[in-house]
Design a protein around this ligand. Structure first.
Ligand SMILES: [Zn+2]
Length: 218
């Protein structure tokens, strides 16, 4: 019966090495091979469950691999550390993959706001990473500039949305009239939502799940 392997590729060399060590040990010591029950990630570490637990040496090899896994990026196999990328679960990652996950999350959050602004009749403009150098936040992915649409210039600013999503400096919603000079310059270079989608595609990036294109197509 095939064994389910519920961890990412970065640990595969470690798993192969563990199995080689177990096979060598069993052959040398004349012991029966254990059967693998399950392989998975738990609390940021590799867990390999076998049907033979009593053997001290096999237990030691398993624990050794488990400890080592907390120093290897589960995604790519580069040196890594136990981290908590989004504040809700621990994972062993290298600095690059940690950054990528946080960016993806910031993008996802930004996207939700942009869709909501669109729905409320505001015109969102994406500034990409233009503000990355201006802001103090370590990760700055997307900023949205919102201004009321021409047909209803008197409507309230989307303050509630700005407050809700202004976390980690990932992006903010600006009122064009009160923008700083730097921000005004950036606004002129900003992308519309549709242009941003096209840019994402040229970067080989997918849209966050569950988010259709701004024109409604899939
Ligand atoms: Zn990595």
């Amino acid at each position: 019966m095939p064994v389910e392997c519920r961890c990412l590729d970065g640990w595969y060399p470690l798993i192969h090495r563990l199995f080689d060590q177990i096979v060598t040990y069993c052959q040398t010591a004349g012991k029966p091979y254990p059967r693998v029950v399950q392989i998975k990630e738990k609390l940021g570490a590799l867990r390999v469950y076998l049907d033979i637990y009593a053997d001290v040496e096999i237990k030691r090899l398993r624990q050794e691999a488990e400890v080592e896994s907390t120093r290897i990026c589960e995604i790519c196999g580069a040196p890594g550390a136990l981290v908590n990328p989004l504040g809700c679960y621990v994972q062993t990652l290298c600095p690059e993959d940690l950054k990528a996950i946080r960016r993806e999350d910031a993008l996802h959050a930004a996207w939700s706001v942009l869709r909501e602004l669109d729905r409320q009749g505001y015109r969102p403009i994406i500034l990409g990473e233009i503000f990355g150098a201006l802001g103090e936040a370590p990760i700055t992915y997307a900023f949205a500039i919102a201004e009321p649409t021409a047909d209803d210039p008197s409507r309230d600013r989307p303050e509630g949305i700005a407050r809700t999503y202004l976390r980690d400096g990932a992006f903010r919603v600006l009122d064009v009239k009160n923008a700083t000079e730097d921000e005004r310059n950036a606004i002129e270079q900003g992308l519309t939502l549709a242009q941003f989608e096209t840019w994402l595609e040229t970067q080989g990036r997918r849209r966050p799940l569950g988010n259709p294109r701004s024109d409604g197509s899939v």
